[in-house]
Design a binder for this molecule. Structure first.
Ligand code: 5GP
Length: 171
């Protein structure tokens, strides 16, 4: 299937660098724990952390939501953090906030672990599909209601390696 470019690699890189600068300024040298949500955010996270200039640790978290094509809000942690985040400043890194149900679950779950603070960086947001309001502290791009692939995001586990964000065009 042909793929149309939605956001070019250059535009992504420029925005990610900007977000990194903003995050660096906001934390003002405080140590943080970066929590990329697997698998979709791994490319974004790898690029973003290289633009964050504060001391940081990384701990990955795997989530799966039970769904057909629609997110149900019933979420399972498939791979948990390896260390306690009690008293730590946590920065979650997500690929996309769609309905918001996955993030709602994760934010509630993390709160019970008593971190000093929790912030969210998401590469993408589809406001048209929002079911719950999720505060996104650092947002890459707001997009229309289209299914995107590339830059970590998959279609049936493929296309994560594209350096840009694309949309499949049905023929
Ligand atoms: P939510 O719970 O916000 O509806 O779902 C978030 C998750 O659904 C994302 O982390 C992502 O894995 C998946 N998702 C939502 N929209 C898209 C999309 O356009 N493309 C891809 N590849 N995954 C998506």
């Amino acid at each position: 299937m042909p793929i149309d470019t939605l956001i070019s690699a250059e535009d992504i890189q420029a925005r990610v660098a900007e977000l990194g600068r903003q995050i660096t300024a906001d934390y003002g040298g405080q140590e943080i724990v970066v929590v990329p949500v697997l698998k979709g955010s791994f490319v974004f996270a790898a690029d973003l952390v290289r633009h964050i200039d504060v001391p940081l640790a990384i701990d990955f978290l795997g989530l799966r939501s039970y769904e057909g094509t629609e997110s149900s809000g019933v979420v399972q942690i498939t791979s948990d953090l390896t260390k306690s985040v009690e008293g730590k400043h946590v920065l979650i890194i997500e690929d996309i906030v769609d309905t918001g149900l996955t993030m709602q679950y994760l934010l509630q779950n993390l709160e019970t672990r008593k971190p000093a603070s929790v912030k969210l960086a998401s590469l993408l947001h589809k406001p048209a599909r929002s079911k719950v309001k999720i505060p996104i502290d650092y947002l890459g791009f707001e997009i229309e209601d289209v299914f995107v692939i590339g830059y970590g995001l998959d279609y049936d586990q493929h296309y994560r390696n594209l350096p840009y964000l694309g949309v499949m065009r049905p023929e």
